[in-house]
Design a protein around this ligand. Structure first.
Ligand code: 13P
Ligand code: SF4
Length: 302
């Protein structure tokens, strides 16, 4: 009889569906995924696909972003409860309170935010293109929501733009502390430390390389070095170990896991493909304004 992977593949074909999987998903999801990557890559795929159905193996804001970029497609989220704890830190009202304190300053929102938040911001960004996006504005001061650490990291990279940040953060990345990097350096003096910019500044400022999920994966791929300490979510560690068996991939800690990202199972993917439940919809007025913020980002990151 067919196993679950075969069943999903057959249904994808029958329904002209694709599965997009973020690199923080449980690694077995890749067996049925058509595209695996970071937030920027997956949103670019979602914007261009000819599929009728997009199953987004990720968290809510990612599936919602796919819907905004591909409004005519049916977008399904395998686990409707899978939110992003950072995105949940900024409601529409909190955004309005924040921006009203800083009138006339352009606002940049990290893609890890709700459609309502995107609808009120000038331009969106991901961790892959945040520096490029802020630079493209050509201004000396911006507001950045909701991730204070990504915002402050961008400020440091550019040097000539003041970044006023909202105090949001990723609870998963904030578990990584400077002492973890110091311990890893003692234990693995030959390894390079690679960190995600959602980490606290005290961590990213002492890493050898700071970059998005794709940035970290490409760094390992292209580096002549053999050993790497990975200061981001476990899914990146799992994929690097699978893809580069001859390199030494060391997780910074054993528990750097995003619980929401790990909710998805192959059974959930099969279930939504069979039933077409968990469809993502967005109010028309909000969608119209939010998509402007996303399109502007994709224009910068062509
Ligand atoms: P990237 O995919 O942009 O690296 O973002 C990480 C993340 O936290 C996704 O939620
Ligand atoms: Fe949100 Fe952090 Fe999970 Fe990414 S890792 S989805 S930012 S809670």
């Amino acid at each position: 009889m067919y196993n679950i992977v075969d069943k999903i593949k057959a249904l994808k074909k029958l329904k002209n569906a694709i599965v997009l999987a973020h690199c923080y998903q449980p690694v077995e999801i890749d067996e049925v995924a058509d595209y695996v990557g970071d937030s920027l890559y997956l949103s670019q795929v979602a914007a261009k696909t000819d599929a009728d159905i997009i199953v987004f193996a990720g968290v809510y804001f990612m599936a919602q972003t796919a819907k905004l970029l591909s409004p005519d497609k049916k977008v399904l989220l395998p686990q409707i409860e899978a939110g992003c704890r950072m995105a949940d830190m900024l409601s529409y009202k909190q955004l309005k309170d924040f921006t009203s304190k800083h009138p006339s300053i352009p606002s940049v929102c990290y893609v890890n935010s709700t459609a309502e938040v995107k609808s009120e911001c000038d331009i969106c960004c991901t961790s892959s293109n945040a520096v490029e996006v802020v630079k493209s504005l050509g201004v000396s001061k911006i507001l950045f929501v909701p991730d204070t650490y990504l915002g402050k990291w961008v400020e440091k990279q550019l040097g000539n733009v003041e970044v006023i940040t909202y105090p949001g953060f990723c609870p998963t990345h904030l578990q990584i502390r400077p002492i973890d990097i110091e311990n890893a350096r003692k234990k693995y003096p030959h390894a390079l430390v690679l960190a995600h910019p959602e980490c606290h500044m005290s961590v990213s400022s002492i890493a050898d390389y700071v970059g998005s999920t794709a940035g970290i994966m490409n760094f390992v791929k292209n580096s002549k070095q053999k050993s790497f300490v990975i200061a981001t979510e476990q899914g990146v560690v799992d994929r690097l170990k699978r893809d580069y068996p001859n390199k030494e991939i060391i997780p910074i800690k054993s528990n750097i896991v995003c619980p929401n990202m790990k909710m998805t199972s192959l059974e959930d993917v099969l279930y939504v493909l069979e039933t077409e439940e968990n469809e993502i919809t967005v109010d028309n007025d909000i969608a119209k304004r939010a998509v402007r913020c996303l399109d502007r980002m994709l224009e910068v990151s062509k």
